[in-house]
Write a protein that binds this ligand. Structure first.
Ligand code: 5GP
Ligand code: MN
Length: 342
């Protein structure tokens, strides 16, 4: 038996909405990752099985390594099909907001979703959700939104309706938000339920993690060769300028996962990745930690961001060198926590 996480009243309310609705839209955050796409498509497959007209809409493109996912070709990109997407959003009876906690995380779609008349449900695992939905299912202690989608479907009594394709999507979201089940991943029960749907976990792992281009691997080698380690702070920094991206034929998603690599150094508990954005004049900041170091606090205090204890991010407006200086100030401030055992 699955332990109960989501409040019963919220499940019952969503089930009632679903019973009456025909048109449902699912939206997920900008620069969608495995969990954003996995949870959206997991829910999409299920709602399709209930004969609903369902559309997944995301603000912009997602990485190539997620394109094998069943249903991914039907995901609508808002920056390409704004008019059509606006119409779907305004006509939807239910809007499911997945894997984000604030309207600002859906970028240009925020206005349309905010103005939409449909009932809104948030299903998410980021801290401090904004109150913009009628039902807010927010569980920061759960490792992925995909897991919450699985829990919601099962608790409504539809485990049998989850198809192999739906299970593949949910599994992928759980896998990518836990670094391939290497952290926050004490959910054996759910994994075995998903496996019972006939999914091939080894094949999914290969499709997500082992289908990169040669230039991506060379980029990784380059980035790591430039890595700076701060032994006194148990920290490491990697970075990527726009110019360097150009030299390695960088495409979106190529640096996915880089930020985790420095954590494989013994005694490094905190890793920072600074990447010049290709579209906006800013530096995207990605932070990861192991153990108790709160990278979300550092993100909030120094990089206008937030996130989870062990995985957070933010933005910096300035040059990479300026961002590095800010990071070094942050390391000094957080030195006691970086040196704490645990
Ligand atoms: P990533 O490093 O994979 O881009 O982001 C990791 C996590 O950090 C995300 O799941 C999200 O919780 C948080 N995060 C990333 N960027 C931002 C940001 O700009 N603002 C806030 N508040 N959180 C972010
Ligand atoms: Mn997520």
């Amino acid at each position: 038996m699955l332990t109960k996480v989501i409040e019963q009243a919220k499940i019952d309310r969503f089930a009632r909405w679903m019973g009456h609705a025909e048109r449902i839209v699912i939206v997920a955050h900008v620069a969608p990752d495995g969990d954003a796409i996995g949870s959206s498509l997991g829910l999409w497959h299920f709602l399709n099985s209930q004969d609903k007209t369902v559309n997944v809409i995301v603000p912009n493109a997602f990485p190539d390594f997620l394109r094998w996912m069943p249903g991914s070709k039907d995901v609508l990109l808002y920056d390409h099909y704004k008019e059509f997407a606006d119409k779907l959003i305004s006509e939807a009876e239910i809007i499911c907001c997945l894997d984000f906690n604030a309207l600002s995380r859906i970028d240009a779609m925020a206005d349309a979703v905010k103005a939409a008349k449909g009932k809104k449900i948030l299903i998410d695992h980021h801290l401090y959700p904004e109150e913009f939905c009628d039902i807010t299912i927010s569980h920061p202690n759960i490792s992925s939104t995909s897991e919450l989608v699985f829990r919601l479907i099962c608790r409504m009594g539809y485990f049998n309706e989850i198809t192999k394709a739906g299970a593949e999507c949910i599994y992928t979201g759980m896998m990518t938000d836990t670094g391939g089940f290497t952290y926050n991943s004490n959910n054996r029960e759910i994994i075995s339920e998903l496996l019972s749907k006939g999914i091939d976990k080894d094949d999914i792992y290969r499709k997500v993690y082992n289908t990169y281009s040669e230039s991506r691997l060379r980029l990784m080698g380059y980035v790591l060769s430039q890595m700076k380690v701060y032994p006194d702070y148990h920290a490491a920094l990697i970075s990527l300028t726009r110019n360097e991206q150009g030299r390695f034929d960088y495409i979106r998603g190529d640096s996915e996962g880089f930020v985790n690599i420095p954590l494989s150094i013994k005694d490094v508990v905190f890793s920072c990745f600074l990447r010049e954005d290709t579209e906006k004049p800013m530096i995207k900041v990605s932070l990861r930690s192991v153990g108790t170091f709160p990278c979300n606090q550092l993100a909030a205090e120094f990089f206008n961001g937030g996130g989870h204890l062990n995985a957070s991010g933010g933005e910096f407006y300035g040059t990479i060198d300026e961002a590095k200086k800010v990071l070094e100030r942050a390391l000094e401030k957080f030195k006691p926590l970086l040196n704490a055992k645990g």
